[in-house]
Design a protein around this ligand. Structure first.
Ligand code: CUA
Length: 166
């Protein structure tokens, strides 16, 4: 059999030792991954949430009445917005300046991106996933919300507006 064949081949003892060490390291790494997958489930690195993009209107969180600026039960501000060809919904929101805001974005159709100049807000909005970004606006004013992933013929006109209030 295969093992018997292997035994008849002369392998230097030092090399045998290193083969064993290499196999041990591989077993250890596979074991760590297996144990982690078992206890934590297999997730993408950022632990992104999934969502059914075709049924957003039925989803509790992203139902139309739930979009825009809301306070969560801990008093934090959460902004929920939906990206779709060719706008962000709601089209216009107002938020306070110098305040931590948690944005949660979903797409209802294709891949979009969101970019708010002069902030750290820049992410892809991948259908099927919730994109969450925390940011704040240091200065009051009018901020554009732009799509920065090509999403079709209306891509250049896909934008929305945020009023930041002192
Ligand atoms: Cu949406 Cu480009």
């Amino acid at each position: 059999d295969f093992c018997a064949q292997f035994r008849t081949v002369h392998v230097d003892p030092l090399e045998q030792k290193w083969i064993k060490i290499a196999l041990l390291i591989i077993a250890l790494l596979v074991g760590i991954i297996a144990i982690d997958a078992f206890f934590h489930g297999i997730n993408p690195p950022s632990k992104v949430e999934t969502i059914d993009s075709a049924r957003l209107h039925l989803s509790k969180e992203f139902a139309e009445s739930n979009l825009g600026v809301q306070l969560d039960d801990k008093g934090a501000i959460v902004v929920r917005m939906v990206a779709g060809r060719y706008s962000f919904f709601p089209k216009h929101i107002s938020v306070p300046a110098e305040t931590k805001l948690t944005f949660r974005w979903v797409s209802m159709d294709v891949l979009h991106g969101v970019h708010i100049p002069m902030t750290n807000m820049s992410t892809m909005i991948v259908p099927g996933y919730v994109a969450e970004i925390t940011t704040s606006f240091p200065k009051p004013g009018e901020y554009p919300v732009l799509c920065n992933e090509y999403c079709g013929l209306g891509h250049n006109h896909m934008w929305s507006n945020i009023s930041v209030i002192a």
